[in-house]
Design a protein around this ligand. Structure first.
Ligand code: NAG
Ligand code: NAG
Ligand code: NAG
Ligand code: NAG
Ligand code: NAG
Length: 424
């Protein structure tokens, strides 16, 4: 299955927010569990869904097993919406709504009348003193089930179980509750995370040379550095790979150098677990920022090794330098050579023996991309004159940005329509 890994935009029209949640509902998922997909099917949870995503808690929930999410409908969100809290605080409050155990409706109704204390992701965050990260679940006479933070003050009212939204036995369960759980500890202000120094992250191990190349290219550095706080996956070639590629790199025009550096960065966060369990095309910052050309490659994995195939060559992930939503940095064994700048492997040009199903598309693409690489009019050509055409640059930039957004929204709209059609 071709997985067109979603591209996140930095500046998104507000109208697209609902579409985004719906788009997430149809996006391919890892191993069947995607909280945004489940909640995306229900319009009334769009705010909760949006906050789970913005706080990057959705990724943590999806990576977990044996989990119960207590979702709150848009009308019951109270102070959680409206700019009352910082994103860090919102994350803590939402963490209280993720119980690290499995409770479906049946299990809730079978609870004894005494309170059961269940730990939440807030407990795991390390910010919850004492019992502040535990939620009491109580089944009352008459069948009513309530939730309240274990150390809540007497004045705090418990929230009530409304209905089961979805459950997968002993794995995950998504329940609706009547309102937001209240806790002074979770609602406390959180200091914003210290800014990440990209050069430092890269230089620590494996990728010092690549850090040097980036630091020397202000345009590439600024684009990558500006994307890392939203969502970024960077594949940095190890020092030996950079050394081996230097003769070819030096030969490139300034514009092609910027493009090839950006080619190593994807504007989305991909965990190692995600890369190991998915196969698909990766859009890069070279595709979105500096060029109208494709600049993508295929990611796949076999026997726990993740391989990137540009059609010019392949490169394997050697080590994880950092994997912390929204930023992932992986050291790769070879410099990634785009088909837009280098000739595709010779074997791909020869008529290939009839490939199995999923490869068909790829073969076709390889053919056309080889043509592109051979084209002498290619403005980023490796063998072309070193003179950099800045007017070309400007044209590319002016044309690319709106086109990309328009296309993205169109895609989201199509997906939303599909989601609605499926729901109907
Ligand atoms: C999730 O949040 C990011 C910003 O962190 C945004 O760019 C993206 O479009 C959002 N996706 C969904 C499905 O809401
Ligand atoms: C939660 O349950 C514990 C005992 O299991 C109890 O001591 C505590 O008071 C309960 N908290 C609330 C707010 O009801
Ligand atoms: C990032 O780290 C590098 C290397 O340690 C240092 O030279 C640079 O000044 C730092 N940049 C910022 C913005 O702190
Ligand atoms: C990179 O981005 C961070 C914000 O995350 C910023 O503080 C820093 O100044 C940027 N570094 C450079 C060299 O622009
Ligand atoms: C650099 O480009 C020249 C032609 O402009 C070519 O002859 C040479 O082989 C190239 N060197 C490398 C290392 O690709």
């Amino acid at each position: 299955m071709e997985l067109l890994l979603r591209r996140r935009r930095q500046a998104l029209p507000a109208v697209a927010v609902l579409l985004l949640c719906l788009a997430a509902a149809t996006a391919p998922t890892v191993q069947g569990f995607d909280i945004l997909q489940i909640l995306g099917k229900h319009d009334e949870f769009s705010q909760f869904c949006k906050l789970l995503n913005e706080t990057h808690l959705a990724g943590d929930i999806n990576r977990d097993r044996t989990i119960t999410v207590l979702a709150v409908a848009n009308g019951d969100m109270g102070q959680l919406t409206g700019g009352h809290y910082s994103l860090g605080t919102i994350r803590h409050i939402l963490e209280l709504h993720v119980v690290a155990d499995y409770y479906d409706e049946k299990k809730l109704k079978q609870l004894s009348h005494a309170a059961t204390a269940a730990s939440t992701l807030f407990q795991r965050s390390g910010f919850a003193p004492g019992m502040a990260g535990y939620v009491n679940i109580t089944q009352h006479r008459g069948g009513k089930v309530t939730f309240i933070v274990d150390d809540a003050a007497d004045s705090v009212k418990p929230v009530t179980f409304v209905k089961q939204i979805e459950s997968h036995r002993y794995d995950y369960s998504v329940l609706q509750v009547s309102s937001v759980l209240s806790s002074p500890e979770a609602e406390a202000p959180v200091a914003p995370p210290a800014p990440i120094n990209l050069t430092e992250v890269l230089s620590k191990k494996y990728c010092k040379s690549f850090a040097g190349l980036l630091a020397a290219d202000a345009k590439a550095f600024d684009i990558i550095n500006g994307t890392k706080d939203t969502a970024l996956t960077l594949f940095c070639p190890v020092d030996a790979a950079v050394a081996a590629f230097m003769p070819k790199f030096k030969n490139l025009t300034a514009k092609a150098k910027t493009a090839i550096l950006l080619y190593h960065a994807a504007p989305d966060y991909y965990s190692m677990q995600f890369l190991k369990s998915n196969k698909g095309k990766l859009t890069t910052l070279a595709s979105t920022s500096v060029s109208k050309k494709d600049y993508t490659y295929e990611a796949s994995s076999e026997a726990d090794t993740v391989t990137l195939d540009t059609t010019v060559g392949t490169s394997d992930i050697q080590a994880t330098v950092r994997d912390d939503d929204p930023l992932a940095v992986y050291a790769v064994t070879k410099f990634l050579q785009p088909k837009e700048l280098f000739k595709a492997k010779a074997t791909d040009l020869a008529p290939a023996p009839a490939p199995e199903g999923p490869k068909k598309k790829k073969t076709k693409k390889k053919g056309s991309s080889a043509d592109a690489a051979a084209s002498p009019s290619d403005d980023e050509s490796a063998d072309g004159p070193a003179a950099d055409s800045s007017s070309d640059d400007a044209a590319d930039k002016a044309g690319a940005a709106p086109a990309v957004i328009t296309r993205w929204v169109a895609v989201a709209a199509t997906m939303a329509a599909t989601a609605l059609a499926l729901a109907a």
